[in-house]
Design a protein around this ligand. Structure first.
Ligand SMILES: Nc1ncnc2c1ncn2[C@@H]1O[C@H](COP(=O)(O)OP(=O)(O)OP(=O)(O)O)[C@@H](O)[C@H]1O
Ligand SMILES: [Mg+2]
Length: 386
């Protein structure tokens, strides 16, 4: 899946069309800090190694095609192995001048400071001559895009419990960026292709070239040229250029909708209204009695019916047109943890369906009352945008 500037042609492979909008980004992004005790990470982890180009060429067997994992807008990604035996992913950035250097700097600085179990760790970097490379921990199970939409033949589709685990992990990664990083970091590139998996399907957010520092002081937003990915882009941000952490919340809602439906946020192979997941989903999202029609057929009906409906409600809240009525990610984590505490157990679900509702508060009540604040509005008149 590709990124774009909402107001221009696709960026990145050309010199004129880049994801990063203004020339101060890299410098302004340099001053992010995190409280390592709050993030639960060791301060000593906040470092990245500087590699010689030769080391990375050796690690990837001279960037052998057989080691090529894939190619994104920034460049190619190779699997490699360090002398220590550690597997790594090496992203070799395209040689296209200033914009590339700026994105490189943004990503290195961001990732040196930001460490969390739901963010891909930066192991190091190489800046030698024209070469710019980033070295990440290797994520053996690939991306959510692959696991959800491009599953290899014979592989089991993600079941309900795995989908909830992925949603919780991605939400925690975003919460760390929004609530722990100081000033907050707006990720701006949440999409299935950027959620990668380690061996036990722990999801990690990758690709910080688009990330931007959030507003500080009395400012409510940062103004920026609109960048993002088709289908995931917050309509309010797309219309105004005013970026807030709620733009990430919208993209997260879209990711939830993809997990629910098994459909891509934007699918150019489809026709008409089916291309855009929001357009396709709207009639179902607006009618609670039709929520289950959103379910991915690959789930084969194997999901807890109540939790499913609650997940649709959470997605709807995140996808509201107006940024200010979307929940904050900390509350989304709270709600998703509630759903994760009720895993799908086939016989169990049918018993629940035949028994009266449990006395615990509903998810919406939990969301509304979480942390003693009234943080979200019910999406009864929910009308999401494109
Ligand atoms: N740390 C990693 N471990 C394993 N695979 C990775 C890692 N980082 C990236 N990849 C894979 O490398 C490929 C290219 O990733 P990249 O982030 O450059 O592009 P993308 O996210 O697919 O697209 P875009 O450029 O639009 O963001 C993808 O298949 C991705 O899953
Ligand atoms: Mg990516």
């Amino acid at each position: 899946m590709s990124c774009f500037s909402c107001f221009g042609p696709r960026r990145r492979k050309t010199k004129t069309d880049s994801r990063i909008d203004d020339s101060t980004d890299a410098r302004s992004n340099a001053c992010v800090s995190v409280d390592s005790t709050e993030s639960g990470q060791k301060a000593s982890q906040s470092s990245a190694r500087s590699f010689a180009f030769r080391d990375l060429a050796m690690a990837s067997q001279n960037f052998k095609v057989a080691n090529l994992i894939g190619e994104g807008g920034f460049g190619r990604v190779f699997k490699g192995r360090l002398d220590s035996g550690e597997a790594i992913a090496i992203q070799q950035l395209n040689h296209y001048g200033l914009q590339g250097s700026k994105e490189f700097l943004v990503e290195v600085l961001m990732l040196i400071m930001l460490r969390h179990e739901n963010l891909v760790s930066l192991i190091g970097y190489c800046a030698e001559g024209d070469e710019r490379l980033l070295v990440y921990e290797y994520m053996p199970l690939g991306s959510l895009e692959k696991q959800l939409f491009d599953l290899s033949p014979g592989k089991q589709p993600l079941d309900w419990n795995a989908r909830i685990k992925i949603a919780v992990g991605a939400a925690k990664g975003l919460t760390y960026l929004h609530d722990v990083a100081n000033p907050p970091v707006i990720y701006r590139d949440l999409k299935a292709a950027n959620v990668l998996f380690d061996n036990d399907f722990t999801p990690k957010l990758s690709d910080f070239g688009l990330a931007k520092l959030g507003p500080v002081g009395d400012n409510t937003h940062v103004s920026t040229r609109v960048m993002g990915t088709y289908g995931y882009c917050d309509p309010e941000y797309a219309n105004s250029g005013k970026l807030t952490i709620k733009s990430d919340v919208y993209s997260f809602g879209m990711l939830l909708l993809e997990l629910i439906t098994g459909r891509r946020a934007f699918d150019s192979t489809k026709t008409g209204g089916d291309k855009n997941l929001m357009t396709w989903s709207r009639p179902f999202l607006n009618d609670r009695r039709r929520f289950t029609q959103l379910a991915d057929p690959l789930l084969q009906g194997c999901y807890p019916k109540r939790a499913f409906k609650h997940l649709v409600v959470v997605a709807s809240m995140c996808l509201q047109d107006h940024a200010r009525v979307r929940p904050i990610m900390g509350d989304v984590v709270f709600a998703l943890n509630h759903l994760a505490s009720q895993p799908y157990i086939p016989e169990h679900d049918s018993k629940i369906m035949n028994s009266p509702p449990p006395p615990s508060p509903s998810l919406e009540a939990a969301l509304t009352c979480s942390r003693g604040r009234n943080l979200v509005r019910r999406p009864s008149n929910f009308q999401a945008g494109v």
